[in-house]
Design a binder for this molecule. Structure first.
Ligand code: ADE
Length: 224
């Protein structure tokens, strides 16, 4: 999968993809992430990419021309399955959206700043608008990093154990069950016997029950 990201804060996006599973995905050649600095498309020598909003009001709006030029230059090289704008008024990200995006080949993500991007760019180019939650970030970069991470780990071959993404929370609309590692007895707190029984069917049933119970308690909305 190839993911291009257009941003005015490229440095914010450096570290998230240089570690752990995202690094492994790139090292294995399963994921390519390319950051494109919007300032390179500025309308003047001062690096301007935003302007005051029509109608008045506080906050700048990212202009059409730099964004359109950046998007169209990238479209000359690739056909995108989706052009995604990260925005608090988008569709709230969930595991289903991540699953479906993980099957795509080419994605372009646009990070907004200030008051956001000119509405005409949304109308003309954007095919999906995604929010990572009901709160406002200073820009779309951290949201893009979250989106790339959640998609990237689902790309077949990225996780060593192919089944491990399938047992994540939310994959069956259930939260994941509790997990334990050594020692068996930690300051008097013991690992449930069933996990050491060696009976795989029993363990699977226990985990499922725990998942259902946890989901009932913490996220009853997921159970529909
Ligand atoms: N940009 C600012 N806030 C955001 C959010 N919650 N999700 C996605 N992009 C954003």
């Amino acid at each position: 999968m190839h993911i291009d990201i257009i941003t005015v804060q490229p440095d914010l996006l450096k570290s998230p993809f240089e570690h752990s599973i995202m690094k492994r995905a790139q090292d294995k050649g399963l994921l390519v992430v390319e950051i494109h600095h919007l300032r390179k498309r500025a309308v003047n020598e001062y690096g301007q990419i935003d302007d005051y909003q029509y109608g008045g009001g506080a906050g700048m709006v990212m202009m059409c021309k730099p964004l359109a030029n950046a998007i169209e230059a990238l479209q000359k090289e690739k056909i995108y399955d989706d052009i995604i704008y990260l925005t608090p008024d988008g569709q709230t990200l969930n595991q289903k959206i991540a699953n479906s995006l993980s099957l795509k080949n080419n994605l372009l993500m646009i990070c907004g700043h200030y008051k956001g991007i000119d509405e005409r760019i949304r109308e003309k180019y954007i095919t999906k608008e995604i929010s990572i939650g009901d709160y406002v970030l200073s820009g779309g970069e951290l949201a893009a990093a979250v989106l790339v991470d959640t998609i990237g780990r689902l790309i077949p071959g990225v996780l060593g154990d192919e089944t491990s993404a399938l047992t994540d929370s939310f994959q069956d609309d259930l939260l994941a069950p509790p997990v334990y590692t050594r020692p068996v007895d930690w300051n008097g707190m013991k690992v449930p016997d069933v996990l050491m029984s060696g009976d795989h069917k029993k363990i699977e049933d226990w985990r499922y029950e725990q998942s259902v119970q946890r989901t009932k308690e913490r996220r009853p909305d997921l159970l529909g």
